[in-house]
Write a protein that binds this ligand. Structure first.
Ligand code: NDP
Length: 328
């Protein structure tokens, strides 16, 4: 039988953790034949709640689940970790300034990055879900100089999936027949869901829709503000769809994109498409053999250029802010 893969989830006692851990244990993160050992990192006051989740995981009697360990020490949590899902973060509370938010998250992601640097397995892959995800990923990556930078990624797959769903509804086409959609930039309100290269049932999506007003005034804001709409509707945040997207992100990274398709991931820029090197920005990527590559050579029209630039400008400002705070 295969060697178990060590998967660490931070914020394991939270809402997303609750939706995520059971799907990991059932084999949906890596594949139906890959055993997993789970490590849950939590802050000290949340350890009892994490213990409760671990009891339920054991009660799931998942054939692929080797062990569940709980700790409040990042050095223990990331020891030998192959896949790290950084979910726990400091949420923005009322009256909190952006600088305070970045500083509070620096206090979480900098030590976690260092612990990953010092203790994780050589093949470590990191996905940051906790917001501000792109900049939290940058902070962790900067604290892990011995780990190849490209192993630090931020989640824009939920935005990608939301865009697929909206385009599916608009065109009456199942999501399985939509390909090559792209989220560019930051996982924030400035993100840009791009359908100019997407295909709906084999035809260009933008041409099929042929409605720039819908694109600018309906599709893009609906995707960007979907999280708030879900809080409004259910009185709680979109934890299950966020967990589902985290599963998709890692599954695709490890197992590859389908031939002729791509996905969206927040990754350290190599300067492609005018995105300054090192910013963790969302790009169209193909995955194969456990690594990813930015899709090259896409023509970027004026409509897209302005929106990509605006989101990248926000990322650059966040990088300046964490630099000024000494976090990177
Ligand atoms: P959730 O599990 O609902 O959310 C966790 C993080 O994911 C938040 O930063 C949240 O950002 C982000 N997120 C990203 N996408 C989404 C989405 N679509 N919908 C909702 N959230 C999204 O938060 P809980 O408060 O339930 O749980 C957090 C847990 O993390 C707590 O148990 C806490 O103790 C723990 N924690 C652990 C730390 C550690 O291990 N060192 C450090 C800090 C916290 P947003 O701010 O936008 O909601």
């Amino acid at each position: 039988s295969r060697t178990p893969v060590n998967v660490t989830v931070t914020g394991g006692a939270g809402q997303i953790g609750y939706a995520l851990l059971f799907r990991i244990a059932s084999g949906q993160l890596l594949g139906p034949d890959v055993p997993v050992n789970l490590r849950l990192l939590e802050i000290t006051p949340a350890l009892p709640a994490a213990q409760g989740t671990a009891m339920e995981l054991n009660d799931g009697a998942f054939p692929l689940l080797g062990s569940v360990d709980i700790t409040d020490d990042p050095n223990v949590a990331f020891d030998g970790t192959n896949v790290a899902l950084l979910v726990g973060a400091r949420p923005r509370t009322k009256g909190m300034e952006r600088g305070d938010l970045l500083e509070a998250n620096g206090g979480i992601f900098k030590p976690q990055g260092k612990a990953i640097n010092d203790h994780a397995a050589d093949d470590i892959k990191v996905l940051v879900v906790g917001n501000p995800a792109n900049t939290n990923a940058l902070i962790a990556q900067a604290a892990a100089p011995d780990v190849p930078a490209e192993r630090f990624t931020a989640m824009t797959r939920l935005d990608h999936n939301r865009a697929l769903s909206q385009l599916s509804a608009k065109t009456g086409t199942p999501v399985s027949e939509i390909r090559r959609l792209t989220i560019w930039g930051n996982h924030s309100a400035t993100q840009y869901p791009d359908i100019f290269h997407a295909e709906v049932a084999g035809k260009n999506a933008a041409a099929t829709v042929n409605d720039e007003t819908w694109l600018a005034d309906d599709f893009i804001p609906t995707v960007a503000k979907r999280g708030a709409a879900i809080i409004e509707a259910r009185g709680a945040s979109s934890a299950a769809s966020a967990a589902s997207a985290a599963i998709d992100h890692v599954h695709t990274w490890v197992n590859g994109t389908a031939a002729g398709d791509w996905t969206s991931m927040g990754i350290p820029s190599d300067g492609s498409y005018g995105v300054p090197e090192g910013l963790i920005s969302s790009f169209p990527v193909t995955c194969s053999g456990g690594s990813y590559e930015i899709v090259q050579g896409l023509e970027v029209n004026d409509f897209s250029r302005a929106r990509i630039d605006a989101s990248v400008k926000e990322l650059a400002e966040e990088r300046e802010a964490v630099r000024a705070l000494g976090l990177i």
